[in-house]
Design a protein around this ligand. Structure first.
Ligand SMILES: *[C@@H]1O[C@H](CO)[C@@H](O)[C@H](O)[C@H]1NC(C)=O
Length: 134
């Protein structure tokens, strides 16, 4: 009777410790180890998304850089075209949920300010001047 009770306690104790210790250790040693089809699918899916999102971010950085380079070089036509492509790329990435819409709006606004500054400058005014016609 007493022996049976002790055995039950031992089983209970090992059951209480095993599930808390083992999974943590497994995650630390072998990350991203799927133990069922659903988990495997999610691992594949998030890796696919991570790569695709990185490609979109890279495209946005490339066109932002090209726009800034064109602005620095004083090339109005190139700056306009690069800003158009950069804006379009940001919008498409935002539609895919890669950027928050406010982030996208803020970034596009700052980028276009640089281009507008260059355009005004090229028309003979100071960078921040109002466009004066006639
Ligand atoms: C807009 O986002 C890009 C990509 O993350 C970044 O390189 C750039 O500095 C941001 N801001 C402006 C004004 O371009």
């Amino acid at each position: 009777m007493v022996r049976r009770l002790l055995a039950a306690i031992a089983v209970g104790v090992s059951a209480a410790f095993a599930p808390t210790v083992q999974p943590q250790r497994r995650v630390a040693v072998v990350p991203q180890m799927a133990n069922n089809p659903g988990a495997l699918k999610r691992i594949k899916q998030s890796e696919r998304n991570r790569v695709a999102n990185a490609a979109w971010r890279s495209r946005v950085r490339t066109w932002t850089r090209k726009t800034k380079e064109a602005v620095d070089a004083g090339d109005v036509d190139a700056a306009k075209e690069c800003a158009r492509v950069a804006t379009s790329t940001i919008d498409r990435a935002t539609r895919r949920g890669i950027y928050h819409k406010n982030w996208a709006a803020r970034n596009k606004s700052r980028l276009s300010k640089k281009v507008i500054g260059l355009i005004l400058e090229s028309k003979g005014g100071a960078p921040k001047a109002e466009p004066v016609e006639a």
